[in-house]
Ligand binder design. Structure first.
Ligand code: GDP
Length: 611
């Protein structure tokens, strides 16, 4: 045969063209699809998977980027994972040499209750903070920037206590450069003093001790030094390295010294940051304010934020509409170690949430993924606790809830489908996503659906292993779709199917029985006059006698002049057979019909959740 090779050996995979061939995937790809992209047989890739030890893989198995790359490279292809990687998207370029400039230290004051934290911060604000500009918004400031002449500049964070400090740290926020531990000289070291000390040490930040109330008659500042020395904070004057400053917080004497020593500590720490790049920072606190909307107090760690920038703050983002600085005045730019109130973020971020100035696309995706992660974590916690409990509760409340397990080919479509389905949730039937996942529908999905009474919706994925059989056996509804719109329409109909149809009665006519006759083989027939409206053969009728209902049933036959007719109108006479042998002359007949209307989902007005 012309062109036939010398041997029947399988032809090796054709080498790739000169240019590297690339398959773009988002997180994962089904084996069949990868095969299609490379123009090879699915089974060929499957054998590759089996060689890798993935013996339970089928053609529908979704492989991740790493595995896909191994399979692809055998065929001369490259797999590029184009899914969103938050850390990479938000990573800042290294600072060019010389771009970092010294910045003020950010200080948190902690201590035992009543040892004078509030008094100290108030005094500092009165004596060392530039007064708010007239007309500035002064209602609440999460931080004070204190200046002590040329002794230095310090930013004091006004957080509610060391619990808040710990909570922020738990979210990964390292906001504080130095902790001021305030101890009343007349009271000495107390339990919360030691707690605060533990938190500060845990955070690995230097501690400066402010010995307060030295004006009190019973003040014993040396005892404070001794007590803290016992706990490992040896005063400098005793040869240790902890700075102790005596400050009668009430008078403000000593605040200069405190600021100076904080400033010195900061110098020793070499605090510096590059102000000329997109800002990164932390939410100190946030709130919803009438008139302004979401206001987030943000501590800038590095870079700068300007009005008009897009800001990502935890699970929310938005464009900076306006900013208020520490002194309560409007600012258009804020840099390292500054705290600004930012207006324009789309939702209220948590204290401790990381903040990044970034482009809108990145902000949008990161916010969505963080929300998704959070709700998934919440879901896992819920379903993990006890699905049976949950079902019991639903049954007890006669709640109508359609539960859905969503599986999709890639994360993006899982997210899109999930949010579209969640939007179907209405007043009378709610939809609840039990699990959202990427990958083929597995037996464990069926188990979850069985346990939670859920249906399974697969988007561009199919059941694998024994999943389809198990779903059949357990009576779990399992639907797969390749078009999002179809999925949503189907689910909407399923939800509407959970609603009882509205059954309505419409009266259609009024008749008077003039005489009755017995018709052989039929029974009693009422000779009637239609007083108003009409009577229909396939309708219903009630018989009233002296105002009391004596019969209610179907109209069995309707005749006019010995002819069967389908309806008789007002002003005419007719013979009606109701199957009611007791009908008498003088009875009144009310004709009515029953109309069933399928109900549609009613969405609660104003039920959109406030962010
Ligand atoms: P916080 O609970 O740590 O915020 O403590 P406060 O600032 O509310 O102070 C508790 C009490 O100590 C208040 O009655 C203050 O007037 C008093 N106090 C604060 N600083 C001084 C001080 O320097 N000297 C004296 N004698 N009392 C003070």
């Amino acid at each position: 045969r012309p062109g036939a090779g010398p041997a029947a050996r399988p032809k090796p995979a054709a080498p790739p063209a000169e240019h590297k061939r690339v398959v773009r995937i988002e997180g994962g790809i089904p084996v069949t699809e990868l095969a299609r992209h490379m123009g090879v047989k699915g089974n060929e890739l499957l054998r590759g998977l089996w060689r890798l030890g993935l013996t339970s893989a089928t053609r529908n198995t979704i492989v991740d980027a790493d595995v896909a790359q191994i399979l692809a490279s055998e065929h001369g292809y490259e797999v590029r994972d184009v899914s969103f990687r938050e850390a990479e998207a938000l990573a800042a370029a290294p600072d060019p040499p010389g771009s970092r400039r010294p910045r003020a230290p950010v200080v948190t004051v902690m201590g035992h209750v009543d040892h004078g934290k509030t008094t100290l911060l108030d005094t500092i604000r009165e004596t060392h903070v530039a007064p708010a500009e007239p007309g500035g918004i002064t209602q609440h400031i999460a931080a004070y920037r204190a200046r002590a002449g040329d002794l230095g500049e310090v930013v004091f964070l006004d957080t509610p206590g060391h619990e808040a400090f710990a909570a922020m740290r738990a979210r990964g926020a390292q906001t504080t450069d130095i902790v001021v531990l305030i101890v009343a000289a007349d009271d000495g070291v107390m339990p919360q003093t030691l707690e605060a000390l533990a938190h500060a040490r845990e955070a690995g930040v230097p501690i400066v001790v402010a010995v307060n109330k030295i004006d009190a008659p019973s003040a014993r500042p040396d005892r404070v030094r001794g007590q803290l020395a016992e706990h490992g904070q040896i005063p400098e004057e005793w040869g240790g390295d902890t700075t102790f400053v005596d400050i009668p917080a009430r008078t403000g004497d000593g605040v200069d010294d405190l600021i100076a020593s904080l400033s010195l500590n900061a110098e020793a720490l070499g605090l510096a940051a590059n102000p000329d790049k997109p800002a990164a920072g932390t939410v100190i606190e946030s709130r919803l304010e009438r008139g302004r909307g979401v206001v987030a107090s943000v501590l800038i760690a590095e870079g700068s934020v300007k009005t008009g920038d897009t800001v990502l703050a935890g699970e929310h983002y938005g464009r900076v509409r306006a900013m208020t600085g520490e002194a309560g005045a409007r600012v258009t730019r804020a840099g390292p170690s500054e705290v600004v109130d930012i207006v324009g973020i789309g939702g209220v971020p948590e204290a401790g949430a990381p903040v990044h100035v970034t482009d809108e696309e990145v902000a949008k995706r990161a916010a969505a993924e963080r929300r998704d992660r959070k709700s998934r974590a919440a879901q896992d916690a819920r379903t993990g606790r006890s699905i049976r409990d949950l079902m019991k509760r639903i049954k007890a409340t006669h709640q109508r809830t359609l539960r859905v397990v969503v599986k999709a080919d890639v994360h993006g479509s899982a997210e899109a489908l999930t949010s579209a389905l969640e939007a179907l949730s209405a007043e009378d039937v709610t939809l609840s996503i039990v699990r959202t996942g990427v990958g083929a529908i597995t037996e464990s999905d069926v188990d979850l659906a069985t346990a939670s009474g859920a249906m399974i919706v697969g988007f561009r994925v199919r059941p694998v292993g024994g999943a389809a059989e198990r779903a059949d056996r357990e009576g779990v509804a399992l639907e797969t779709y390749d078009v999002i719109y179809t999925a949503i329409e189907d689910i909407r109909r399923a939800m509407e199917g959970m609603l009882d149809p509205v059954v309505a009665e419409h009266p259609i006519g009024d008749l008077e029985v003039r005489e009755v006759f017995r018709v052989p083989k039929v029974g009693t027939v009422a000779g009637c006059a239609v007083m108003s409206g009409k009577l229909r053969r396939h309708g219903r009728a009630r018989v009233f006698r002296d105002g009391a209902r004596v019969f209610d049933g179907d109209v069995r036959s309707l005749r006019r002049f010995a002819q069967d007719v389908s309806e008789v109108e007002e002003g005419h006479e007719c013979g009606v057979h109701l199957g009611f042998e007791g009908v008498r002359a003088g009875d009144r007949i009310e004709a009515y019909e029953i109309v069933q209307e399928a109900r549609t989902l009613k969405h609660a007005r104003g039920s959109r959740s406030v962010p």
